[in-house]
Design a protein around this ligand. Structure first.
Ligand SMILES: Nc1ncnc2c1ncn2[C@@H]1O[C@H](COP(=O)(O)OP(=O)(O)OP(=O)(O)O)[C@@H](O)[C@H]1O
Length: 254
């Protein structure tokens, strides 16, 4: 149990705050971000606990992808704080971020047409121990098994998404930023990806998910942040999502 220092007599709210602080793997605080002169993030503030699946929900153009890109350092013009495992990472150069065990699966997936499945899988360097081996990957994504020599872009959209996730898992990343993994995929594939992410959660991985498919998001997430015009405007725990649908729909304009 954590000690409450320097306060000798520990009141419950302070103790709970201490616990919450200790459990946050990622803290994003008042994050502002720009593309050139275009100010897109206006003070994003949210946190992610170890082992959680947290979503960023919001209308098109709200700034969800930009938030992931700002965490990875792809968006360079940023202000505010991004703290990972208690250390500031906003001042790190982009190429150092993956070496913290943070993996990014972008919306466009980035599967190389000129490389086969195995070559695509082996492309990024292993950044941390504990990454998944090829057999483990094929167990998680059976659709990829036996496809080693298939050119990456000969795979279906769903299989390419699986390959994009698998490639990051092989690196040893245990904090994954996942941008719209279900976009354009058939419901049966969406279910398979949901099942895979649940397995990853059971193994203790932490995931930040940008997602438009609410049913999918609700089937795996612990908490949801609603983003509007580059700022978090609401937080909804997954267990109260069904009762919060009117509120959420008004944000999403559904
Ligand atoms: N490379 C870029 N250069 C300039 N502006 C950009 C760039 N990428 C995105 N934007 C703008 O930044 C804003 C936020 O975009 P972002 O992609 O983060 O939104 P999003 O919430 O992820 O929405 P979507 O679901 O459409 O991807 C939008 O106004 C978008 O037009």
């Amino acid at each position: 149990m954590p000690k409450c220092r320097p306060i000798r007599k520990c009141s419950r709210p302070i103790w709970e705050a201490t616990m919450r602080e200790q459990q946050h793997l990622l803290e994003v605080s008042n994050l502002n971000g720009w593309y050139g002169e275009s100010h897109v993030l206006h003070g994003m503030t949210f946190n992610v606990g170890a082992g959680e699946i947290v979503t960023l929900l919001g209308r098109n153009g709200a700034g969800k992808t930009t938030t992931l890109r700002a965490i990875m350092g792809v968006v360079r013009k940023r202000r505010g704080a991004i703290t990972y495992k208690g250390s500031d990472i906003i001042s790190l150069p982009q190429h150092k971020v993956p070496w913290l065990g943070i993996g990014y699966v972008p919306e466009e997936r980035g599967i190389f047409a000129t490389l086969n499945v195995l070559e695509n899988l082996m492309l990024p360097p292993v950044t941390q121990s504990g990454g998944m081996g090829i057999d483990d990957i094929y167990q998680l994504f059976p659709n990829l098994r036996g496809r080693d020599q298939t050119p990456g872009t000969r795979l279906s959209g769903g299989e390419q998404q699986m390959l994009a996730i698998a490639r990051i898992l092989r690196t040893g990343a245990d904090f994954i930023l996942l941008d719209e993994p279900t976009e354009g995929l058939a419901p049966v594939i969406v279910e398979e990806i949901a099942a895979s992410l649940q397995v990853l959660k059971q193994r203790g991985l932490t995931i930040v998910l940008v997602e438009q498919n609410l049913r999918f998001a609700a089937s795996i997430a612990d908490r949801h942040y609603v983003v509007e015009q580059g700022v978090v405007v609401d937080e909804i725990a997954n267990e109260v999502l069904p009762a919060s649908m009117d509120r959420l729909n008004s944000y999403l304009g559904v």
